[in-house]
Design a binder for this molecule. Structure first.
Ligand code: ADP
Ligand code: ADP
Length: 232
């Protein structure tokens, strides 16, 4: 069992003629302290799997386990709470607040929850992600790669049980994408953070410890320890 586990997960959209089985019985475990990529062609169910495991969407049947708790059995209210308190998100579009500095963007989830940031963890992330001299800047004063690194720090600063990254390099040029991935991989390993990343880019997946391949809503294979791209 991993930190996050899908057990025979099925997701059906629509009904009758328009029915789509986006997930057709997916069983897979994402281990603690590992950086896993989910890959597969467009329409293979990557986003649906991530959304079901992150409690953003409800599976039709099967189990979506977070540290042993089946998210499919929780009420909407509890599910929202679990998502806020125990799961970190990194989106393709960064989703930073434009009027806040990098520092405030990073600590925002903690501020909203009335929790104090762990200063050691904050410093560690900021250093590892190369943001030390960028903390006073607003997003518009940062490069795309820097903005995404702020988003990664924000996702990890509350020590969530898992961080889901949805095409985190989709809006970046290849060089800043590689930089974000290398820094993400390092901070994942340094902190023992569990990260699950959806990507269609094999170059991005090469930074992961393991790749899970989806095809037609099923697990079609996996690659352990793909050749790691060199850190630049
Ligand atoms: P991927 O992320 O691999 O591109 P998705 O999980 O987005 O795949 O989609 C899997 C399948 O489910 C596709 O056939 C897609 O068209 C369908 N699908 C996804 N979301 C919806 C939705 N909200 N309503 C209907 N069909 C959907
Ligand atoms: P998609 O990839 O399907 O086009 P997004 O990646 O924008 O859409 O959002 C995916 C899901 O994440 C949506 O269900 C949305 O409600 C949720 N979401 C988007 N932004 C945030 C956020 N900042 N915090 C929490 N959930 C979000």
């Amino acid at each position: 069992a991993g930190a996050v586990t899908a057990v025979n997960l099925v997701k059906v959209y629509g009904k009758g003629d328009t029915e789509v089985r986006a997930l057709d019985g997916v069983s897979v475990a994402f281990g603690r302290a590992r950086f896993t990529a989910i890959m597969g062609p467009s329409g293979s169910g990557k986003s649906t799997l991530m959304h079901c495991l992150a409690g953003l969407d409800r599976a039709t049947s099967g189990q979506a386990l977070l540290a042993g708790v089946d998210l499919t059995t929780l009420s909407d209210r509890v599910l929202t709470q679990v998502r806020r308190e125990r799961i970190g998100f990194v989106f393709q579009a960064f989703n930073l607040l434009p009027h806040l500095t990098a520092r405030r963007n990073i600590t925002l989830p903690l501020d909203l929850a009335g929790r104090r940031p762990d200063h050691e963890l904050f410093q560690h992330l900021v250093t590892e992600l190369g943001l030390t001299d960028r903390l006073g800047h607003r997003p518009s004063e940062l490069s795309g790669g820097q903005q995404q690194r702020v988003a990664v720090a924000r996702a990890m600063v509350s020590r969530p049980e898992v961080v889901f990254a949805d095409e985190p390099t989709g809006n970046l040029d290849s060089r800043s994408g590689a930089e974000v991935l290398a820094m993400m991989r390092n901070s994942v390993h340094e902190l023992g953070q569990t990260v699950v990343m959806v990507t269609h880019d094999p170059g991005a997946a090469a930074y992961a410890d393991r790749v899970v391949l989806l095809a037609d809503g099923r697990v079609a294979g996996e690659i352990d320890r793909p050749d790691h791209a060199s850190v630049t």
